[in-house]
Design a protein around this ligand. Structure first.
Ligand code: SIN
Length: 277
């Protein structure tokens, strides 16, 4: 197995490995690389849904996504699908998955199944690098804050998707929820400090007014999306990505109207997050 940085900004490309036949020492190498790089990219994989599931089971426990349709015959695998007649996609804004859960997901394993001729890339951001580069005054200001995260405004009955052509594909509108998370967390594996707010799910800073919360969050978001913290993955048939939800944001580009894009996603369960010391 050969692991090389994908870019200076984030991610790593893993070569000489077939995820359908991975052994325990390679799995250990992947766990460690994921905590370091935040997102791992693989090319030329031959991964059936059963292989995808077996690999995920070896990596960790699976958490069911309440909102996406499951793959037929595989209730643990969610479909991330956009049809040619749809204009809305899933994940078309910067976010990290499941930050609204008390125990946010560790990460996801996304497998390309059908791709558009061009477009449909996924962007990633490294929230440790973004934290490190913040001015000391901002670090001091935000270090001990907490924030409210929610999915009600996205997946709820009157949420964002309900008013779009993606609404009919999603489920779980009554199974929405929210959680309070530290604004700066300590990574459960590496112990590194990570900025843990995201544009899709973070509603407000706990105890702050809406206006003050928005001003701070917008400032942090503008910081994170700078090119020095972000990278782009161009999917090919056989590509797979695994990302760490604590360490990264992601963004699914929606630039392929009229074409189908189908990905299979398994989400790995995580644990409650601890504030950075
Ligand atoms: C997601 O947000 O999980 C979807 C990412 C993608 O489709 O590229």
């Amino acid at each position: 197995m050969k692991i090389t940085p994908w870019s200076e900004e984030c991610g790593a490309l893993v070569g000489d490995a077939q995820l359908a036949n991975i052994d325990e020492s390679e799995m250990e190498g992947l766990r460690s690389a994921l905590a370091t790089y935040g997102v791992l990219f693989f090319r030329n994989q031959e991964l059936t849904p059963s292989d995808h599931l077996a690999f995920a089971n070896g990596f960790g426990e699976i958490v069911l996504n309440k909102f996406f349709a499951p793959v037929e015959g595989y209730p643990d695998i969610a479909e991330v699908r956009k049809e040619p007649d749809q204009t809305m996609n899933i994940g078309g804004g910067w976010h990290t998955d499941h930050s609204y859960d008390e125990e946010p997901a560790l990460g996801s394993i996304l497998v390309a199944r059908e791709l558009p001729q061009s477009g449909g890339d996924t962007l990633f951001a490294n929230l440790h690098k973004a934290w490190v580069a913040l001015p000391s005054s901002t670090k001091r200001k935000i270090k001990d804050l907490k924030a409210l995260h929610s999915n009600v405004h996205i997946y709820g009955r009157d949420g964002y998707y309900a008013g779009t052509d993606m609404g009919k594909m999603l489920k779980g509108a009554d199974d929405v929820g929210q959680a309070i998370q530290p604004v700066v967390i300590s990574h459960p594996v590496s112990g590194r400090e990570i900025l843990y707010v995201n544009p899709a799910h973070t509603i407000s800073i706990d105890g702050w007014s809406e206006e003050d919360s928005k001003a701070l969050l917008d400032e942090l978001y503008d910081h994170v999306v700078q090119p020095e913290f972000t990278c782009t993955f161009d999917w090919e048939p056989g590509s797979v990505a695994i990302w760490d939800n604590r360490l990264t944001w992601h963004y699914a580009n929606n630039d392929y109207d009229g074409e189908r894009r189908l990905m299979h996603r398994i989400t790995l369960s995580g644990a409650p997050l601890a504030a950075a010391a």
